[in-house]
Design a protein. Structure first.
Ligand code: PLP
Length: 403
């Protein structure tokens, strides 16, 4: 039977998931991680790491479930995480006592203080954690925290390598930061740089530069900061500093530079639709939302218009069937069955969303519809446990991070 035949609305891939979810799923909106497809993406990244000699840091906010992070970390062989949120950071430190964690954004010093207050267990922040610092003012606040706690903080400095999201934009501006670190060896330790450059892999107009030209500019800026530090603060320089760069869109371009020591990747391993970029052409989508059809109500009928609505479905065959699905209004697009559309007239709903289709779609009440998220992070936190599937079967349930 073909997709659309009665009782088989999907192609073989989604039909297998539909059958599995109808018998073993929660029959409410669910977030699926396809492990076969994730394994493919892991392999693509693993080959890049082998080629480039770089290490991988997993972006925790983009893969916000400890089970998912553990699965990828074990397969790829990395203990490095990038964290962006104090409550998640505390979870990471407890759940991954061997981890090496770098903050991906500078947190208010009070957040850092809360981390220390709540931290329990063998994870040793003085060895295993790098705070990200963007200004001398923030570094002085962190120095105060370190003095109050009687500990030493490892400091990674945020560089502006062209993203213009803050951070140190020219080497001279490093001086007050490095000076402060050099003057307080009891409480501060220089741990490296972080320079994030997603624009290198985004589909920018050619006139702004090819990916290779953009990368060259990024690396010239990065190199300037490294040279300045080595020349002016040689005592702070060590060969094992963390020289972090990239994100999913730009990591492939970094195969050709040898300055950075590691790349940070999260979302690209799942490839939601905003990451349909030429730089990630080898990656495959590995994340979907599934939700059951609650009602099938025939041709689209709009409130108040009642029978006059019929004109709409007469005009457009793709409005001749109407479904209400469980939940909705996500940052996601319908992918299966083909031809599902939001009405555009009825209004969105997070509770029961209206979806139109042609009668040939073959969907019935209790069948699942599938959507592809546009991003990972926030979307992944909206469905309770992630359902990991392999070969069309649910094989694991992974709780997501909570506050
Ligand atoms: C500092 C930093 N590095 C890396 C990333 C890459 O994350 P992802 O691979 O999920 O896009 C991000 C994303 O926001 C980031 O802020």
């Amino acid at each position: 039977m073909r997709p659309g035949d009665q009782g088989r609305p999907h192609d073989a891939y989604f039909q297998a998931l539909n059958d599995e979810l109808k018998s073993h799923g929660p029959m409410r909106p669910a977030l699926l991680i396809d492990l076969d497809r994730l394994d493919h993406n892991i392999e693509v990244v693993r080959r890049f790491l082998a080629r480039s000699g770089k290490q991988l840091r997993l972006v925790e906010k983009s893969l916000p479930a400890p089970g998912l992070l553990r699965y990828i970390g074990e397969r790829i062989g990395t203990r490095r995480l990038m964290s962006f949120h104090q409550p998640f950071l505390n979870h990471d430190a407890r759940l991954f006592p061997e981890a090496d964690i770098l903050l991906g954004k500078p947190l208010p010093v009070r957040s850092a203080q809360l981390f220390y207050q709540q931290h329990r267990g063998p994870f040793d922040p003085a060895r295993q954690l790098q705070w990200l610092i963007d200004t001398p003012e923030r570094l002085r606040q962190y120095l105060g925290l370190a003095q109050g706690l009687g500990t030493r903080l490892r400091i990674n400095i945020e560089l502006d390598v062209g993203l213009h999201r803050g951070g140190v934009a020219e080497p001279r501006a490093l001086a007050p930061l490095l000076q402060l670190i050099a003057e307080h060896p009891q409480h501060l330790e220089f741990a490296g740089f972080m320079g994030y450059d997603p624009f290198v892999g985004m589909n920018l107009p050619e006139l702004l530069g090819t990916p290779n030209e953009l990368l060259a500019k990024v690396m010239t800026l990065y190199q300037g900061h490294v040279d300045f530090t080595r020349q002016r603060f040689p005592a702070l320089w060590r060969e094992d500093l963390t020289l972090n760069t990239a994100g999913s869109p730009s990591y492939p371009a970094h195969a050709h530079e040898s300055l950075s020591s590691e790349v940070a990747i999260g979302t690209g391993l799942l490839k939601p639709s905003h990451y349909d970029l030429p730089s990630l052409a080898e990656h495959v989508p590995a994340v979907f939302i599934a939700t059951p059809v609650l009602k099938r109500t025939g041709a689209l009928r709009l409130p108040a218009l009642d029978d006059k609505s019929r004109l709409l479905s007469w005009w457009d065959v793709n409005r001749r069937e109407t479904f209400f699905v469980y939940g909705g209004n996500w940052q996601a697009d319908f992918v299966s069955p083909a031809g599902l559309r939001l009405s555009g007239l009825y209004g969105r709903s997070s509770n029961q969303e209206l979806v139109n289709a042609s009668p040939a779609v073959g969907l019935a009440v209790d069948d699942q519809v599938f959507l592809r998220p546009t991003q990972s992070e926030a979307v992944l936190l909206q469905f309770g446990d992630l359902l990991a599937v392999r070969g069309g079967k649910i094989v694991e349930r992974w709780p997501v991070y909570t506050e």
